[in-house]
Design a protein around this ligand. Sequence first.
Ligand code: ZN
Ligand code: ZN
Length: 221
Amino acid sequence: MIGHCVHSYVLVKSLVGLGDHLGAARMLVRVAGSISRFPKHVVPILTSTVIECQRAGLKKTAFEYASMLMRPEYRSQVSDKYRKKIELMVRKPDRGEEPQERLASCPFCQLPGPEGELQCISCQNTIPFDIATGNRMTLQDWCECPGCHLPCSSQAFLAILSAEGRCPMCNEAVSMQEVRQMKDPLASYNQQGQAAAACMGSAGAAVPTRPVVALPPPSSS
Ligand SMILES: [Zn+2]
Ligand SMILES: [Zn+2]
């Protein structure tokens, strides 16, 4: 699943750019959940997670990661800009209810599950990762990037293309007209599954060296 983690992290920048702070926060929570795989990036990833969760109203989760950041081994590495704000969050926690994750049907067995959960708890299949949202693919809206042939939902992919002009995963310039709905997505996904999996392992494996989130000024939320 390391490919998914890296891709989730890469996607954060595009989601923040589109103002989708909830989507960005959920991707960062996924990455933060495997933080031991990013030993050189712990503090920037956790800082971004706290900030985006706070902006998205995931206050309880923001508090959890803020507490982690205030441990002695990380605290001194937190940028001065954010340390005070994060300290305050830990001292005066706001642990209100968080919005429930939306449900989406599994493309293999049709049973609904949280849209960000890539393993179906019913049929146990690994559900393809939507490169435009980071969530599970659904049969209702299944396209692919003409460059890397990884699956994506059209609405979200078109939104990224209109903002950036490029696929967030392979970085190819893609015109909106090239994006087409797939007629029988599972059949062609199974054929291409091997190639796509190999692509996830190699092309996607480079971890960005800088934090991908342009953090807002501390006063903005
Ligand atoms: Zn299933
Ligand atoms: Zn692509």
